[in-house]
Ligand binder design. Structure first.
Ligand code: DHB
Ligand code: FE
Length: 281
């Protein structure tokens, strides 16, 4: 059967993708950010997942205010990098796993999570920057990816608790897929950041570090934190962090921390990153 062996959480700052794509990764500003992912690249090269379920948010690239799915699953065979205004990132096309994605859609909907099924989906920095951070700049992405998009742009986003429970349902769905597949779940976005208004530029390191601690050791407590706490403490875009709870819900209650990284600044955000393994893996 398919099984989830580990979870990865990471910020998805678009300027990180731009730095890589324009050959600036070695510059003094960016070098500490990429240094924090050296261990991660080694780890994932050894882990060799067959499929990544990549939880992210679209930033008005594939969806817009005309259509706002709360949870959408990409069931296509491939996903093109989106044009975000500066042209699509020069990264490989993302290969999907249509069969597992359709299985997940069916299982999740029958499990009372009403997913939106998406058969054509362009993927923006929310999805491609985490892949770049973990895999660098290959000619092809080394594994298949199932995009799972969450609305955290237009109020109301799903609650942290709903996200955590969706993670548990994803695990049930994956474990009922008969083929032997090694699956890693990515939760992306965050950490504290606010891109507009009088509080633009807000970063709250104490909140971010406490979030990382609690997400690892007491995810049930973290799942009960209301939206307002995220927005007040971590800024309007800090609400992206609820997506990390989907990844955490898909793992065991007790996990092994393989890697933890936190760095400020990167563009307008704090970069946070975790690799967590299921104890039994
Ligand atoms: C920035 C961060 C994001 O998560 C995003 O989606 C857009 C911009 C930033 O730091 O500038
Ligand atoms: Fe974002």
């Amino acid at each position: 059967m398919a099984r989830i062996t580990a979870g990865v959480a990471t910020s998805h700052v678009p300027a990180i993708g731009a730095a890589l794509d324009s050959g600036k990764a070695g510059e003094p500003y960016w070098q500490p950010v990429f240094a924090g992912y050296e261990r991660s690249k080694q780890w994932i090269a050894e882990e060799k997942p067959d499929v990544i379920i990549l939880v992210y948010n679209d930033h008005a690239s594939a969806f817009s205010l005309e259509m706002i799915p709360t949870f959408a699953i990409g069931c296509a065979d491939s996903f093109a990098p989106a044009d975000e205004g500066w042209g699509p990132r020069p990264v490989p096309t993302v290969k999907g796993h249509s069969s597992l994605a359709w299985h997940m859609a069916e299982q999740l909907i029958l499990d009372e999570f009403d997913m939106t099924i998406v058969n054509k989906l362009d993927v923006d920095h929310g999805l491609t920057v985490p892949l770049s951070l973990m895999f660098g700049q290959p000619d092809e992405w080394p594994c298949q990816v199932i995009p799972l998009a969450v609305n955290v742009v237009q109020y109301p986003p799903p609650t942290g608790h709903r996200c955590y429970m969706l993670g548990k349902a994803i695990r049930r769905a994956v474990e009922s897929y008969p083929e032997d597949l090694k699956v890693v779940v990515f939760g992306t976005g965050g950490m504290s950041h606010q891109l507009q208004g009088p509080r633009a530029g807000l970063i709250n390191t104490a909140f971010d570090q406490a979030f990382l601690d609690t997400l690892i050791s007491d995810p049930v407590a973290q799942s009960k934190v209301p939206h307002l706490d995220y927005v007040r403490e971590a800024g309007s875009e800090g609400i992206e962090l609820v997506m990390w709870l989907i990844m955490r819900g898909a793992l065991d209650d007790q996990v092994k921390q393989v890697h933890r990284f936190y760095h400020v600044p990167a563009s307008n955000t704090a970069v946070g990153h975790l690799i967590l393994e299921n104890a039994g893996s």
